[in-house]
Design a binder for this molecule. Structure first.
Ligand code: UT7
Length: 325
């Protein structure tokens, strides 16, 4: 049976120039380099310059992804941009990217699923492609979380950073088996009962202000490991694969201890896991495409590999995406 598959035809990323190390964090809040490394694995984070917006990061990543795909903005029918830190309440940051790329056709919109945003965006774009509604889609994760951090709350401000990553998905003919190249499946979940474990205490409709990120870290940690391991298993089982078939896991980069615990549960070789949290910190929806781009630059992903993306974030939301490269 022939079927349309979405193949990743290009990837790109961008990090703001300014870096804040853990040592520098010691001057901002009552923390230590040792505590941050031991509890999270984070050593530094990139922070957007004054006046540098989420769209600015997104545009830079998008241009690199287009170049890598050997395509131009004119080839793109759809932009799906995952962010929780948009430039404006409306319109969508995706439309600013669209304008900056010089695209006058197609559709562009944002997706809001916090740290799972990139998986949600990828799944959405994949469905557009499979339905024949788009041929080439730009999927972006871009965030300026530094703008919603309470820089007096040491339990949260040390954890996050800014950045953007993007992929181009292109329609390709498949046979409907797990031997096809491209996205084989994606699996999305949410459970709104957990809103108060990870949220922003402001918003247009509630406070008419932006608000700051609030998190009960320990509880989020516990749920993250269980949900991530389960959604990766779901993806493997759906495709008739096992942990042994996995060549690379590109997880959302929140905490090295979450990555390690999830991988242990899944019995996957740690050498097959992308780890960038030490240099990027948690960049929410941008973390997966940033890590993916790193793995591609390091030639750690080859054609035919089984690559699993997984993320969990506020909402709660969580999901996975299984790709044959
Ligand atoms: O992207 C998805 C969403 N985010 C996550 O997945 C994050 C999930 N959670 C975590 O990564 C971890 O729970 C944290 C890194 C946030 C915290 O690690 P923890 O081992 O759960 O520490 P804790 O919250 O239990 O705090 C332990 C201690 C506390 O002191 P007391 O009460 O034991 O005296 C905190 O006040 O560490 C203290 N603490 C700090 N100390 C130095 C909290 N933040 C800091 C800090 N520096 N920055």
């Amino acid at each position: 049976m022939t079927t349309i598959r979405s193949v990743v035809s290009g990837c790109g990323s961008y990090l703001p120039e300014k870096i804040i190390t853990n040592k520098q964090m010691e001057d901002i809040v009552d923390t230590t380099d040792e505590w941050i490394i031991e509890r999270t694995g984070i050593k530094q984070r990139h922070i957007a310059a004054e006046g540098q917006l989420t769209s600015d990061l997104a545009i830079k990543a998008a241009k690199k992804a287009l170049t890598a795909a050997s395509l131009t903005a004119n080839d793109i029918d759809l932009i799906v941009l995952a962010t929780s830190t948009p430039d404006q309440t409306f319109p969508a940051t995706a439309t600013r990217v669209q304008a900056a790329l010089g695209m006058e056709k197609g559709a562009a919109f944002d997706i809001q699923a916090v740290c799972s945003g990139f998986i949600y965006a990828l799944s959405t774009a994949d469905n557009f492609i499979k339905a024949g509604q788009a041929k080439h889609a730009l999927v972006i994760g871009a965030e300026t979380f530094s703008r919603i951090l309470d820089w007096e709350d040491r339990a949260s401000c040390v954890l996050f950073g800014d950045g953007a990553g993007a992929v181009v998905l292109s329609a390709s003919q498949g046979t409907g088996t797990n031997k096809d190249q491209g996205i084989l499946s994606s699996h999305l979940h949410s459970d709104g009962r957990y809103n108060e474990l990870l949220y922003v205490d402001g918003g247009v409709s509630s406070t008419q202000s932006t608000g700051y990120l609030r998190m009960k870290g320990k509880e989020v940690f516990r749920h993250a490991v269980v949900n991530l391991a389960s959604v990766v298993k779901e993806a493997l089982e759906f495709n008739g694969l096992t942990s042994d078939d996995v060549d690379m896991v590109v997880p959302h980069q929140a905490n090295k201890r979450i990555l390690d615990a999830t991988i242990r549960k899944l019995k996957i070789d740690p050498a097959k896991v992308a780890v960038t949290v030490h240099k990027h910190a948690n960049t929410s929806a941008a973390s997966i495409p940033l890590a993916l781009d790193d793995m591609l630059k390091e030639n750690r992903i080859a054609r035919g590999d089984i690559v699993v993306l997984e993320a969990m974030g506020g909402g709660f939301t969580w999901g996975s995406c299984l790709i044959r490269w």
